[in-house]
Design a binder for this molecule. Sequence first.
Ligand code: FES
Ligand code: FES
Length: 161
Amino acid sequence: MREITVTINGKPTSATVSPRLLLSDFLRQDIGLTGTHVGCEHGYCGSCTVHVDGASTRSCLTLAVQVAGRAVDTVESLAPDGEALHPIQQAFQDCHGLQCGFCTPGLLMSVAELAGTNPECGRAEIREHLAGNICRCTGYHQIVDAVERALVALREAQVDG
Ligand code: FES
Ligand code: FES
C-alpha cells in the first residue's frame, strides 16, 4: 500500500491506496465523488475524463499513485456548492446537450479544458476537441450547440467581470 496526498477539487486529501488502484475507482469509491462516470474502462469513451494539473485525463487509464502531489479536478468542481450550475452545465441544459447523461461529466470536463485553452474556437475545433468523448444517445449537434453557447457565456462573464 502507498500513502498519497492529492489536491482534489482544491482540497488536499491524503489516502492509503493499492499501487494498482485506478484513479477512477479512487475518486468514486474511496473519495465518494461519483460524478466521474466509468464506461468502457479502456480509454475509448471519455466518460471518465477529469483534469490532472488542468489537463483532460482518462481516469480509467491513470493510477491513483500517479496523481500523488498533483491537482485533480472532477466534474463536481464545476458547481462546488451544488446549487448554481456552471455556465457549461447551464448551456448543456439549455441546448439539450444530454439525454441519459452518462457521457456528460466527461464532456463537461473536456469542454472546461477547451474553455481555458481555446475559448474563441469554432464548431470544427469544438468537434475536434471532443472527438474523444463518445455520446451514445444525444448526437453531437446539440452538444456542439451547447459548447458554442457556453464559450460565449464564459467570454461575456469575463468581460463583465
Ligand atoms: S471509462 Fe475511461 S475512457 Fe471510457
Ligand atoms: S447523453 Fe447518453 S451517452 Fe451521452
